[in-house]
Ligand binder design. Structure first.
Ligand code: NDP
Length: 399
């Protein structure tokens, strides 16, 4: 059916490539392109033998002209951006120039400010519309599946959704005293930032980790979770009807938070460059270099993740509560694709989003968040491609 250019060769890219190869009817050809070509070649070596034809390429996605040259020579139907959020705009520029569809899993973040919001990418709406190409933003799990869950809840169970709580629990244990499950730089920037949520149309800001709740997660049990700022709050507040409050919580163990506090207190999580032995270094980037590579956690991680959303609202004048979630097992993911569940829960939805576009289900010129498309074929595909979901109409609520 089509050919995809995957940019990035890290944890998430590896899952996307594995899943595209499992789905060779849709992904007849893929090209894995990244800054370090040897990583693309290593991935290709693992994947070869199936029906999907695999190529690799070197590209520095910070440079639009390099991307344009690669896209012009490979001629993909879609670019799946699973590099880092810093590359979103250059890749979107290259897609515009070559009139190629675009998908990513995280919104743009400038390298020198720990700030993420959709404004930069939403500014491309008109240009994409005029070029006749589609950009699907934030198509991992959260953001991504959380948006699809929300569109599904709105379509089938509610006239108005008043409250959304997104709960992201990871009960995986990798045996290290401290490691992050995905890119440490991105992860630490996210969790050390101030928290925020939306109430009555306004952003309410909190100190980092100021709001803590305990929740008893299906198949995982009781966990401490903390309110964080998260990018899908911004788009869901606009795209879901009737929202009064929307919050995002993620679980962290006491051990993780103690390490993070110490690292923060000594300045290791700073993104301000410092001079070290005559060379400028960024402490957080140095920290990334000494921490375990998230890709190495796969074989060591045991336990499950549970990510889902709790909705409260009304249907036909009656109050409705609805909880929809996926439970994913780290060891099963590793057995299937050689990665732990964090990369798996991001990479599978990215493949499904690209498939939605190639099949024409999610194809409309412009720049869209996932909740702006029909959720039904995506929900079916989640069950088919490894992220089955469960639902409950009597969930325990978060106070
Ligand atoms: P990794 O750090 O494992 O991989 C990133 C890859 O991007 C590496 O292969 C890296 O290359 C490559 N890369 C970085 N800069 C460039 C560049 N300038 N040009 C070309 N390639 C580049 O990250 P993950 O796989 O864990 O995460 C990938 C994306 O997924 C991130 O944007 C992350 O925020 C997002 N994510 C989204 C989630 C969701 O649920 N929505 C959850 C988890 C992650 P090199 O090897 O040379 O460094």
């Amino acid at each position: 059916m089509g050919r995809a250019l995957i940019i990035g060769a890290g944890g998430v890219a590896s899952v996307v490539a594995h899943k595209c190869c499992q789905n060779s009817e849709v992904f007849e050809e893929i090209c894995i392109a990244s800054r370090t070509k040897s990583k693309c070649d290593a991935l290709k070596a693992k994947l070869e033998g199936g029906k999907t034809k695999i190529e690799t390429a070197q590209v520095d996605a910070d440079h639009v002209e390099e991307l344009v040259a690669l896209i012009n020579s490979y001629k993909p139907d879609i670019v799946i951006n699973v590099a880092l959020p810093y590359q979103d705009l250059t890749i979107m520029d290259a897609c515009l120039e070559t009139k190629t569809h675009y998908l990513d899993t995280a919104n743009y973040e400038p390298l020198d400010t720990a700030k993420f919001e959709y404004s930069w990418q939403w500014a491309y709406r008109e240009k994409f519309e005029k070029a006749g190409i589609t950009a699907i933003l934030g198509c991992g799990f959260d953001p991504g599946v959380t948006g699809v869950f929300s569109a599904y809840a709105q379509k089938h169970y509610f006239d108005e959704i008043h409250y959304i709580d997104i709960l992201d629990a990871n009960a995986g244990d990798h045996g290290y005293p401290f490691a992050t499950n995905f890119n440490p730089e991105i992860n630490i920037r996210e969790v050390t930032a101030k928290g925020s949520y939306i109430e009555n149309g306004e952003w309410v800001e909190t100190e980092p980790m100021e709001i803590k709740r305990v929740y008893d997660f299906p198949e995982i049990g009781e966990k401490d979770m903390y309110l964080l700022h998260h990018e899908e709050l911004e788009s869901l507040a606009l795209n879901i009807k009737g929202i009064k409050r929307i919050r995002f919580f993620m679980t962290f163990s006491e051990k993780y938070l103690t390490h993070l506090n110490v690292l923060q207190n000594v300045g290791m999580t700073s993104i301000e460059p410092i001079m070290y032995e005559g060379k400028e270094i960024v402490p957080l980037q140095f920290l990334k270099a000494v921490l375990p590579d998230p890709a190495s956690l796969g074989p060591r991680t045991k336990g499950k993740t549970n990510i889902g959303c709790i909705y409260q609202g009304v249907k036909d004048g009656k109050p409705v509560k609805y909880y929809v979630y996926n439970v994913c097992d780290h060891e099963s993911c590793y057995k299937e694709v050689g990665s732990q569940a964090i990369s798996y829960t991001t990479g599978v939805p990215a493949m499904i989003g690209a498939m939605m576009l190639l099949k024409g289900e999610w194809k409309k010129p412009g720049v869209y968040n996932v909740e702006e498309f029909n959720p039904d074929p995506f929900m079916d595909a989640l069950n088919e491609w490894g992220l089955p979901w469960q639902e409950s109409f009597a969930p325990k609520l978060v106070d």
